[in-house]
Design a protein around this ligand. Structure first.
Ligand SMILES: [Zn+2]
Ligand SMILES: [Zn+2]
Length: 406
């Protein structure tokens, strides 16, 4: 008999830990960090002391939750889902969305002087890669979804007497459509797959509900494109931040740059690595040497060589350094603007927004904060439910206590 336990993340945004038991099999879907709890205990000079403490305060999963698990599946590599791999107490297979992207990040994490160094796996953890739309030896089929981290999957478990669909984080409308989506994600999306395969019964749906109960404007990727085009029309240098895993947004900025006949520069190690994984880019970007230190396929230039009418991609963590460097090089002209894409909601990955905003003010830079959400909007629920037709629904990864639309 299939038994599903949501051990963490039911009423918080992030920190999912789903344990599925079925006869002699035990599977774990996601093992994320609870940033809401971390924010309560750690700030400024108060830092985590180690794994034991993170488990004790409930920020990291408890050791006993892993007992007897055959495998751990990670829906996508945001830390509220990937969590700390070093927290896995015994030999277990871990299925990741992309080994190559994980390895680039792992190298960076290992060198960190903070709790970030707890993310990489210990030697006894075997990593495997999820294959889109293929059922594996544990009866799990990863279904591609669009999200602000690439790659991202929903996980469908074909159980002995029940099928369970766990969505991870996803949005209904992404930046890529049709063939483009298939090329980047390796197959059609979860909703397309389920509407084409009506014989697949979903007995239990465990769905994220990040935007439920939020007043966030439901900006679609198409609407964001239109807004950015208007901004592009009025500015020469556009500095845009991207999350190091947000390939869809990076591809979209590259498309905008090529359509507007602008140069694209990458001043972010993560963005450079991410874009290197993407085949046939519309416009070949160049990397800014001071910000991308490891060798890249792309041509390298210095900050003083940037041409006007450009899009410059930065990471959140380095945006202020970059703007200060541009100012010092005399390249932060009045025609410059910054487009900050918010990794929403803020608790998903801790960021220092207030200080960033104060710097924008100090530097006299006009900044726009906008983002098509990485999560579906409340009005999408109708489409989602009529496509999946689940018998039972649990909404997790949300702060909403009651959901009226289902
Ligand atoms: Zn999440
Ligand atoms: Zn996420």
């Amino acid at each position: 008999m299939v038994e599903v336990k949501v051990l963490s993340g039911a009423r918080s945004i992030g920190g999912n830990f789903i344990r599925i038991e079925d006869r002699d099999r035990a599977l774990i879907f996601d093992q994320g960090l609870r940033f809401d709890i971390m924010e309560r205990f750690y700030r400024g000079f108060i830092a985590p002391k180690g794994l034991r403490e993170l488990r004790e305060i409930g920020a990291a999963p408890r050791a006993e939750w892993y007992e007897g698990a055959n495998a751990i599946y990670i829906s996508h590599m945001h830390l509220d889902h990937l969590g700390l791999l070093s927290n896995i107490p015994s030999r277990t297979d871990v299925y990741l969305p992309s080994i190559s992207i994980y390895e680039v990040l792992e190298e960076k994490w290992r060198d960190s002087p903070t709790w970030i160094s707890l993310i990489p796996r210990k030697y006894y953890v075997e990593i495997e890669e999820l294959s889109p739309l293929e059922t594996d030896e544990n009866n799990v089929m990863p279904l591609p979804v669009s999200h602000s981290a690439y790659p991202a999957y929903a996980l469908l478990y074909f159980g002995s007497d029940e099928n369970v669909l766990y969505t991870g984080d996803f949005r209904v409308e992404g930046f890529l459509k049709g063939e483009e989506f298939i090329k980047v994600h390796g197959g059609i999306s979860m909703l397309e797959y389920l509407s084409e395969n009506r014989d697949i019964r979903v007995d239990r749906l465990i769905i994220e509900g990040t935007n439920l109960g939020s007043t966030r404007a439901p900006i679609s990727p198409a609407e964001e494109k239109a807004m950015l085009r208007r901004i592009f029309g009025a500015h020469t240098l556009i500095v845009a931040t991207i999350h190091p895993l947000d390939l869809e947004y990076a591809l979209f900025l590259s498309e905008l740059a090529s359509q507007a006949g602008r140069n694209m520069y990458l001043a972010s190690e993560g963005a450079a690595k991410l874009m290197e994984t993407a085949a046939d880019l519309q416009a070949e970007p160049k990397v800014v040497a001071d910000y991308v230190k490891t060798p890249s396929h792309f041509e390298s230039v210095s900050l003083t060589d940037l041409k006007e009418d450009s899009i410059l991609i930065a990471s959140y963590h380095e945006i202020i350094d970059l703007l200060r460097d541009l100012r010092d090089a005399g390249a932060l002209s009045e025609g410059s603007t910054t487009v900050l894409s918010e990794p929403e909601p803020r608790v998903e990955e801790a960021q220092e927004y207030e200080a960033i905003m104060n710097w924008f003010n100090n530097l006299g830079t006009q900044a726009y904060l906008m983002r098509a959400s990485g999560h579906y909007y409340p009005h999408d629920l109708k489409t989602i439910m009529s496509t999946i037709k689940p018998k039972n629904v649990s909404i997790i990864h949300t702060r909403a206590s009651r959901v009226s639309s289902i």
